[in-house]
Design a protein around this ligand. Structure first.
Ligand SMILES: C[S@@+](CC[C@H](N)C(=O)[O-])C[C@H]1O[C@@H](n2cnc3c(N)ncnc32)[C@H](O)[C@@H]1O
Length: 272
């Protein structure tokens, strides 16, 4: 199911091993992602060969914009204060209700647009078995690194949750009905919201938006919904910005709305 094809975007990327001990892993990743490898320990501030670098060190994988005054790195950290706050504040309940947590145990969810895996982690934390699919190879590697850190961190909560997550790379639309045997719910979060003054994405996330700029369009999102609705799962759930219209296609059976996001739920049959 691997797919090394990357969509076109305006980022010029290179890869840096933070220290000599990271060189083997960096060389493997550079080959996998088709990126030039810069001198070990190069400083991203002074780097002139691209507008972002992927930094490999013993603990993690970071995507860092280059140049002076660049925002902080992007990396997957499931144990971050933000993820813990999201958990404590009850913000995860809407997603849980949308997929049907509590109606079947264990509930098997395919997160077909995994991105940086935050929603998948929330679902796994709510007890779901989550299969993650992501097609952008660089994002797959950021996610893989974050999942490894969570599994190895020594924090029993992070380790237990990450055990319920299974990552695959490639375009999810290549999967057929028979590949989704046992999956109860397909979850789609196809698009990062457009950048705007009122809902400015954090500066770090602008880098990810640039990376995905040619893959987050309404037509692609509609085709993902068509694909998902043709599968034999009990429900399909689509995350949308709160005020955005539903994706083109049949209307959802119902929706669950929060202040910033809305989950459109397409029910095919009862979860049991
Ligand atoms: C908005 S992000 C998802 C964010 C994610 N829900 C999270 O919590 O981090 C959408 C992701 O879906 C991926 N994607 C879009 N279409 C896809 C497809 N057909 N197959 C697999 N991944 C896809 C994009 O590469 C992008 O990383």
């Amino acid at each position: 199911m691997a797919n090394s094809e990357s969509r076109s975007h305006s980022l010029h990327l290179a890869l840096i091993a933070a220290a000599t001990g990271d060189e083997m892993r960096a060389t493997e990743l550079a080959a996998l992602l088709g990126l030039p490898l810069l001198e070990t320990g190069s400083d991203p501030v002074c780097c002139e060969s691209g507008n972002a670098v992927l930094i490999v060190n013993a603990e993690a994988l970071y995507l860092q914009q280059t140049g002076r005054g660049a925002p902080g790195p992007v990396f997957v950290d499931f144990g971050s204060d933000g993820m813990r706050h999201r958990r404590r504040s009850g913000a995860n309940e809407l997603l849980g209700r949308a997929v049907g947590v509590g109606k079947k145990s264990p509930l098997s969810v395919m997160d077909a647009t995994a991105g940086l895996g935050r929603d998948a982690f929330v679902l796994a934390d709510l007890g779901c078995l989550v299969t993650l699919f992501e097609r952008e190879p660089l994002i797959v590697e950021l996610l893989r690194a974050g999942m490894r850190v969570a599994a190895d961190t020594g924090d029993p909560w992070l380790a237990a949750v990450s055990q319920r997550m299974h990552l695959h790379s490639g375009d999810v639309r290549t999967l057929k009905v028979s590949d989704l045997q046992g999956v109860d719910v397909v979850y789609l979060d196809p698009m990062f919201p457009q950048r705007s003054k009122s809902a400015a994405a954090k500066k770090e996330m602008a880098l990810i938006q640039t990376l995905l700029e040619n893959s987050s369009n309404a037509e692609e999102a509609g085709s993902l919904l068509d694909w998902a609705l043709a599968l034999n799962t009990a429900r399909v759930v689509v995350k949308r910005p709160a005020k955005a219209p539903s994706l083109a296609g049949p209307p959802p059976s119902h929706h669950i709305a929060g202040s910033a996001v809305r989950f459109d739920v397409y029910v095919h049959r009862k979860l049991c």
